[in-house]
Design a protein. Structure first.
Lengths: 110, 116
């Protein structure tokens, strides 16, 4: 199956600073890379995704970059706010199966 | 649209008991899947289905059974509960299925299961 590694496992930033979370994957055939946000006690929800035919995608304060050669993709959150505090998961497909990273717990300090 | 609906929200079982976790979606999604979430281990795929009548094993299938008789429903059965199955279970669906390119997962609200 796919091997997805996610770093860091915990991240604390001051409000207004940027946060970056990185994931690596093993299957060079993977072509779709989503990021999910999970607030405490809630379900994971998609926040942004990217397909392998583009290198970057932005949605307001959130962006995802993809380096297919190096097999890694990153989540960038700018101008962080306390409501960005949550656990973030990356994922990559292997056939019809999604493999998830182990999550990054982001804390934004007011 | 209700999206993905899971029942029950909470369940406590004794070792050896069996039960079924229900999952239903009203988005006409071909793809449905079950994950378990344990602290520090992310989400691990138990079983999945790319359409009615088709199921397959994921990363951690042992001790679980699934069936997909309709597009809407994808129940997960615990055959003989063990303490190692204490976890939060999420059902997720996606429009991608047979022949369609993979797409985002829509998750249900989860079932918190404790096996004593």
């Amino acid at each position: 199956g796919e091997n997805v590694e996610q770093h860091p496992s915990t991240l604390s930033v001051q409000e207004g600073d940027s946060a970056v979370i990185k994931c690596t994957y093993s299957d060079s055939a993977s072509n779709y890379f989503p990021w999910y946000k999970q607030e405490l006690g809630k379900r994971p929800q998609l926040i942004i995704d990217i397909r392998s035919n583009v290198g970057e995608k932005k949605d307001q304060r959130i962006a995802v970059t993809l380096n297919k050669t190096a097999k890694h993709f990153s989540l960038h959150i700018t101008e962080t706010q306390p409501e960005d505090s949550a656990v973030y998961f990356c994922a990559a497909p292997w056939g019809n199966q999604f493999y998830f990273g182990t999550g990054t717990s982001l804390t934004v300090i007011p | 649209n209700a999206g993905v609906t899971q029942t029950p929200k909470f369940q406590v079982l004794k070792t050896g008991q069996s039960m079924t976790l229900q999952c239903a979606q009203d988005m006409n999604h071909e793809y449905m899947s079950w994950y378990r979430q344990d602290p520090g281990m992310g989400l691990r795929l138990i079983h999945y289905s790319v359409g009615a009548g088709i199921t397959d094993q994921g990363e951690v299938p042992n001790g679980y059974n699934v069936s997909r008789s309709t597009t809407e429903d994808f129940p997960l059965r615990l055959l003989s509960a063990a303490p190692s199955q204490t976890s939060v279970y999420f059902c997720a669906s996606s429009y991608s299925g047979r022949g369609a390119r993979v797409g985002p997962l829509h998750f249900g609200n989860g079932t918190r299961l404790t096996v004593t």
